[in-house]
Design a protein around this ligand. Structure first.
Ligand code: SF4
Ligand code: SF4
Length: 311
């Protein structure tokens, strides 16, 4: 059955498929609240094509990363592969519970998801939710880097994932020992909004503000008079504002210079600079097993002239 599930998932675009015994998880993990009889966690990993980051990397085309690297993977490709793989288990009379990331529901009261419109999120929902990063790490999709992103041996941080919980006992996949993150700090330096501390703590409100493009040096769509109602407009544009929830919401309300994708997804103007910096670092070190003919970054990173915002 392991081979059959793997083949079906790969046929429907999964790049990495692993099987992990539920005994690898602590007894208070959400997987047991969602499905107390779970015996195996199946992880499906999907590469985000390197070419989808190309436009943001060059500062030219922005829509492709969000619509294909986030929205279509999360809303179409991943659910389809997961449903097909889960059908194999149901055909064998087992229970199979697909788990995709719920982008607009969260248990926390004061947090956000930078990928979607903050106002579409329902906070404090008392529904069991898996910790996707921790689950991906336990399932061997990759290692959690300093930035918080999961780093895969082949694709680096350019990967997304979902899971199936089943009561079928399936032989586990041998787990690889990862040591890819060397704490180089490139992800911290690359963030246009200083949203990741040097110790690796991500401020999600800060991230949301700059994911949406509040740094003028990294947003080709920002007009010269941006944030003219804000006393601290230069701080915002320079990527130096410290945003709590209220501040973040008011800045984001004035930051939409580029259209969103569908399903509440905001277009990523930072283009996941943290993950791109990580990818470039790991590629230069030669530790990623998927090789390309040319390096991802050819020259220096670009910056727009911020004097255009002198009004
Ligand atoms: S950029 Fe460096 S420190 Fe950050 S996650 Fe990647 S390897 Fe780790
Ligand atoms: S680079 Fe973008 S996604 Fe990464 S932490 Fe900064 S704002 Fe968030």
């Amino acid at each position: 059955m392991r081979d059959k599930i793997t083949a079906i998932a790969k046929k429907h675009d999964a790049d990495v498929v692993t099987f992990t015994s539920a005994s690898e998880f602590s007894s208070d993990d959400a997987i047991f609240k969602i499905f107390p009889e779970v015996k195996t966690v199946i992880a499906l990993g999907f590469r985000v094509l390197r070419g989808l980051y190309r436009g943001v990397e060059e500062g030219t085309v922005y829509y492709q990363y969000t619509t294909m690297g986030v929205e279509n993977l999360e809303e179409t490709v991943m659910p389809f592969a997961m449903l097909r793989a889960a059908s194999v288990l149901e055909d064998e009379d087992y229970i199979a519970i697909p788990q995709r990331r719920h982008q607009t529901i969260m248990n926390e009261l004061d947090s956000t998801n930078p990928e979607v419109d903050y106002s579409d999120i329902k906070r404090g929902v008392p529904e069991a939710q898996m910790d996707f990063e921790r689950t991906a790490e336990i399932c061997g999709i990759g290692e959690r880097g300093l930035s918080g992103s999961i780093i895969n041996r082949e694709y680096g941080p350019f990967i997304r994932y979902c899971f199936i919980l089943t009561d079928a006992v399936i032989e586990p996949t041998p787990k690889e020992q990862y040591s890819l993150c060397d704490k180089c700090g490139e992800c911290v330096k690359a963030c246009p909004g200083k949203a990741i501390s040097s110790g690796g703590k991500l401020d999600r409100w800060q991230c949301a503000v700059y994911y949406n493009g509040a740094n003028g040096a990294k947003n080709p769509f920002m007009p010269p008079n941006a944030y003219s109602d804000f006393e601290n407009r230069r701080e915002i544009i320079n990527g130096e504002v410290k945003a709590d929830r209220e501040t973040a919401e008011s800045i984001m309300d004035s930051t939409y210079f580029y259209p969103p994708a569908k399903h509440s997804y905001r277009s990523s103007i930072c283009g996941r600079a943290c993950d791109r910096a990580c990818y470039i670092h790991l590629e230069q070190k030669g530790v990623l097993t998927k090789k390309f003919r040319k390096p991802f970054r050819a020259g220096e990173d670009w910056q727009l002239d911020k004097t255009q915002f002198d009004i």
